[in-house]
Ligand binder design. Structure first.
Ligand code: OGA
Ligand code: NI
Length: 360
């Protein structure tokens, strides 16, 4: 699949649109009625607390406490595909500092952010759309995308240079998130009955595994009931660790035919399973569809940290999880090949993983 050398249409910075004071959003952002967030006024009545895991329990001297925690994580990955983690080892101060530098970045004048304008070849930098289809509906969001791993893709010169402290803070945040991700994928492996290094090795190990950050900025929207901050999708990669904004919700997850608004717990991270773990676990763990709604009186920022297979890693259902009764549901595919779908088509619910099912 070829990725275009430049965006097919002029880029619209959503933050500039929002600041311009328009009362009606351009038609490019207006979703068809069936895709709009219904009952936007009712979101408080459908908000939920997704399972919370205390990661400190993994260090308990008591074997049964450790085992129960692993079992709990394994259960929520099967039933929910989403959970929150507390006592995760990342200081609240670092979480706050990281949010603050990104808030500052998005408040910079447009010219300053434009210096980092991204292209669909790599998506690195300051962006305002996912997907390159001409005429596609757009989401009410600007973002910044950068790489931490593999080392060859990490290039701090492509990261914001203002505020001055930001590269140091972003780097420290990345280091801590890589460690947390590696801890979590061990638990996920064990929860599947696999060797604790199984997922790590399948992702290409220390040298190849990839890690990147997308900071999403959802400006205030004059007609939040007509659009979405991020259209329904499942994350294409391994696991996502989301640091949501304080005091404002926006993330919704799909349970059956309902969209439930996630109540973020202060100082916790929201973790979710991506498509590659669904494939590798032969659909025992679920990569759940989610979307983001926007707000008329508050902007919102979220940091989505993605821990993924290396681009050349061939991901397929683990042999140990393939049996006569549970044949392999997916054929092997490299992560680069898999990810080019969302980068071309944009967020499209669960259509990619569905179409990736092995023919039978
Ligand atoms: C994402 C995502 C949710 C949010 O970036 O993939 O789902 O709350 N973000 O911003
Ligand atoms: Ni997502």
């Amino acid at each position: 699949m070829s990725l275009l050398p430049s965006w097919p249409e002029p880029i619209i910075r959503v933050q500039s649109l929002s600041k311009s004071g328009i009362r009606k959003i351009p038609h490019r952002f207006v979703k068809p009625p069936s895709d709009r967030p219904c009952n936007i006024m009712d979101i408080t009545t459908t908000s939920i607390n997704i399972p919370l895991i205390d990661l400190e329990n993994l260090n308990s001297p008591n074997d049964s406490v450790r085992q129960e925690t692993i079992d709990h994580i394994s259960h929520v990955c099967r039933e929910w595909g989403f959970f929150q983690v507390a006592n995760h080892g990342i200081s609240h101060e670092l979480m706050e500092k990281t949010r603050a530098v990104w808030h500052e970045f998005f408040q910079l004048p447009l010219e300053e952010k434009q210096k980092f304008a991204n292209l669909p070849m790599t998506y690195e930098g300051y962006g305002s759309r996912i997907g390159v289809e001409v005429g596609a509906k757009l989401d009410w969001c600007d973002y910044f995308f950068l790489h931490y791993l593999p080392q060859v893709l990490k290039d701090e010169n492509k990261w914001p240079c203002l505020p001055v402290s930001c590269r140091k803070v972003i780097s420290e945040y990345g280091e801590k998130m890589v460690k947390l991700s590696r801890r979590l994928i061990k638990i996920l492996s064990i929860g599947l009955g696999l060797n604790e290094d199984y997922v790590h090795k399948s992702f290409g190990g220390d040298g190849e595994s990839s890690a990147c950050l997308r900071v999403n900025f959802y400006p205030k929207c004059p007609q939040p009931d007509l659009t979405l901050g991020l259209s329904p999708h499942s994350d294409p990669g391994g696991i996502t660790i989301l640091l949501p904004d304080t005091d404002i919700s926006g993330l919704q997850i799909r349970r059956g035919n309902n969209w439930l608004t996630v109540n973020p717990i202060p100082n916790a991270f929201i973790v979710n399973i991506g498509d590659q773990i669904q494939v590798l676990s032969n659909a025992i763990y679920k990569s759940v569809e989610h979307r983001v709604i926007v707000n008329s009186n508050k902007e919102r920022l979220s940091l989505a940290f993605f821990y993924n297979p290396g681009g050349r890693a061939l991901i397929k259902p683990a042999d140990e999880l393939v049996t006569k009764d549970c044949p392999a549901l997916y054929s092997p595919m490299t992560f680069n090949e898999y990810r080019s779908f969302i980068r071309t088509k944009g967020p499209s619910g669960k259509s990619q993983i569905e179409s990736h099912k092995s023919p039978r």
